[in-house]
Design a protein around this ligand. Structure first.
Ligand SMILES: [Zn+2]
Length: 301
C-alpha cells in the first residue's frame, strides 16, 4: 500500500521523505509499518498482522501493482469509499475524480465473487470502473500455460469463423472471463472496461471489447492504450466502433477486412475444389464397383 493515515486520520504517502512512525491502514484502521529502508526500492506500508483484505498480501505490495499506481498522482491513489447503506469499505487503487473513474490493478488471480462485488460496488454508487490485469509473458514464461489462459485462435479458418480480427483474435479464458459470460452476475448489461497488460516495455493495455457479442466472446481491441502518466481515461470507455472509425485504426481495420475477405474466398475456393475432387472419387469408386459386379468379383475396399 502506498497510502496510509496518520494519527489525525490524514492521508500520508509511502514515497514521502519522512520516516513515519505512527501510521494506520486506510481500510481497516489497524497499525501499519512504513517500509522505506534498506533494499526497498519502492516504499510502502505494511500491516503488522495479515488480517486485512487490503493488507500485506502479495497483490497490494507487488512491484507491478505499485508501479501502475505510481502512474497516477498520489492524491488519486488508494482512495477509500464507504457504502452508505452497508458501510462496506473498499479502497480503489486509483480514483480519478475528474472523470469519476476507479482503476483497479490486478496481478494475482482474483476471486470471482470479489470481482463482481467490487465492480458492482462502484457501478451502483455511480462510478465507472476499469480493471487492468497483468498478463505479461515475463511473469509466465511457460508458453503452454499462457496459451491455456488466452486461447489464441489455432488457425486461420478458426479466426475467420470468429471475425476479421485475425492475428489479434484472442479469446480470454482466464478468470474472470467466466463471469463476463454469465447474465446472473448483474454485470451483463453494465458498462465497465476490462484490460490486460501484455507488454513490460511500453506497458500496453488492450481493452477488451464487450459490445461485439455481448459478453459471450470478448476480443482485444484493435486499439492499444499506452499506460503512461497523464493518459486519457476516456479511452478506456470508447467502444470499438469508435476506434474503427479513427485513423490509423480505420485503415488497419479496412486492411484486415480485405485480408479477411481474401482468405475467406480462398477457403471457399479450396472447399469447392475439395468437394469436386471427392465427387470425382465417389464416381470412380461407383464405376469400379459396377465393373466388378459384372465380373462377379466382391469389392475388397
Ligand atoms: Zn488494513
Amino acid at each position: 500500500m502506498l497510502v496510509a493515515l496518520d494519527a489525525n486520520g490524514d492521508r500520508i504517502y509511502a514515497s514521502a521523505e519522512i520516516d513515519y512512525k505512527e501510521c494506520y491502514c486506510n481500510a481497516c484502521g489497524e497499525r501499519v509499518k512504513h517500509k522505506n529502508k534498506g533494499k526497498i526500492v519502492r516504499p510502502y506500508f505494511s500491516h503488522l498482522q495479515n488480517t486485512c483484505p487490503y493488507g500485506d498480501n502479495k497483490e497490494y505490495n507487488h512491484e507491478w501493482h505499485i508501479r501502475m499506481e505510481e502512474l497516477f498522482p498520489k492524491e488519486a491513489r488508494e482512495v477509500r469509499f464507504v457504502d452508505d447503506q452497508t458501510k462496506e469499505v473498499h479502497i480503489a487503487d486509483v480514483y480519478d475524480k475528474e472523470t469519476n473513474t476507479v482503476i483497479e490493478f490486478q496481478h494475482s488471480r482474483i476471486d470471482e465473487a470479489e470481482f463482481i462485488k467490487r465492480t458492482n460496488f462502484h457501478l451502483e454508487n455511480g462510478r465507472r470502473i476499469v480493471w487492468i490485469f497483468d498478463e505479461r509473458t515475463q511473469s509466465n514464461n511457460n508458453y503452454e500455460r499462457l496459451t491455456k489462459r488466452y486461447r489464441k485462435l489455432p488457425n486461420t479458418l478458426e479466426a475467420i469463423k470468429n471475425g476479421p480480427y485475425l492475428e489479434r483474435s484472442f479469446i480470454w479464458k482466464r478468470n474472470p472471463r467466466r463471469m463476463l459470460e454469465q447474465s446472473n452476475t448483474g454485470l451483463y448489461t453494465k458498462t465497465y472496461s476490462v484490460c490486460v497488460v501484455t507488454d513490460d516495455e511500453g506497458v500496453i493495455a488492450h481493452r477488451i471489447v464487450k459490445q461485439e457479442d455481448g459478453f459471450h466472446i470478448v476480443y482485444f481491441s484493435l486499439h492499444e492504450i499506452q499506460m503512461r502518466k497523464g493518459l486519457d481515461i476516456e479511452e478506456f470507455f470508447q467502444f470499438e466502433s469508435y476506434w474503427k472509425s479513427q485513423e490509423p485504426w480505420k485503415s488497419e481495420f479496412e486492411q484486415r477486412n480485405i485480408e479477411y475477405e481474401r482468405k475467406k474466398k480462398e477457403i471457399d475456393r479450396l472447399e469447392k475444389e475439395r468437394k469436386e475432387y471427392q465427387a470425382d472419387i465417389d464416381r470412380k469408386v461407383d464405376e469400379l464397383k459396377k465393373m466388378l459386379a459384372k465380373r462377379n468379383i466382391k469389392p475388397w475396399f
